[in-house]
Design a protein around this ligand. Structure first.
Ligand code: JEW
Length: 231
């Protein structure tokens, strides 16, 4: 997969792209990441990328010109057209289902905004899918793009290494994770549950499933709502 990120702050993606799962996926050629700065496509000598809103009101709006030109540059460089994704608070909610859907594509362009958002003609003209990572207002799309990138890249075949499968994670089955423990067997008076030390794999699996269901019911009953399997 290739992911192009369009942003006014490409430098904030450097550490992420070099770290952990995403870094490994880049190293192994599982994903290729391109960073493009809208500022490089500004039209005036002040390198403007934003302007005040027609109709008045506070703040500034991302202009069409630099955004369209940056997207066209990304397309022209590879003679193709990525799936365009606009990160906004008005978008469709980004979930594990959407992450799986995006992981099946071979080229994504993640567009990060700033100021009070994008000129409406950007969302229309680019035929972009609009995604929101949650119901809170960020000051720009970069943290949202990082969330999408991380969730999608770890689903790509080869990204996690064979010791671990994304299929085992929370949400893949509609349940939260069961409690995990590692050494020591007792820490500050808190013991690891006996069942996990029993060596009885069937009992351990049953306990984990029971814990996952109980925890989901207590913390996220909304996740159980669509699924009758956990009654
Ligand atoms: C998010 C991109 C760009 C995504 C999620 N839009 C907007 C807006 C902003 C401030 C005031 C008014 C409107 C900030 N902002 C963004 C916010 C994505 C941009 C500008 C974003 N939350 N926030 N899920």
């Amino acid at each position: 997969m290739r992911i192009d990120v369009l942003t006014l702050f490409p430098e904030v993606f450097g550490p992420l792209v070099r770290s952990s799962i995403i870094g490994r996926a880049v190293e192994s050629g599982t994903v290729e990441i391109g960073l493009t700065n809208y500022r490089d496509f500004a039209h005036d000598r002040h390198r403007s990328v934003d302007d005040s809103p027609f109709g008045g009101g506070p703040g500034m709006v991302m202009m069409c010109g630099p955004v369209f030109d940056a997207v066209e540059h990304v397309c022209a460089a590879r003679q193709g057209s990525p799936t365009r994704i606009l990160l906004t608070p008005q978008g469709e909610r980004f979930t594990q289902t959407v992450a799986r859907d995006l992981a099946s594509l071979d080229w994504l362009a993640l567009l990060c905004g700033h100021y009070e958002g994008f000129d409406e003609r950007i969302r229309i003209g680019l035929n972009a899918r609009e995604l929101s990572v949650g119901d809170y207002v960020l000051s720009g799309g970069e943290p949202a793009a990082m969330v999408v990138m991380d969730a999608v890249v770890r689903l790509l075949p080869g990204a996690l290494g064979h010791e671990h499968s994304a299929a085992d994670d929370s949400f893949s089955e509609g349940l939260l994770e069961y409690p995990q423990y590692t050494r020591p067997r007792e820490y500050r008076g808190m013991a690891v549950p006996d069942v996990l030390l029993s060596g009885d794999h069937a009992r351990i699996a049953a306990w984990r499933r029971e814990q996952a269901i109980r925890r989901t019911r207590a913390r996220r009953p909304d996740l159980l709502a669509d699924s009758a399997d956990f009654e």
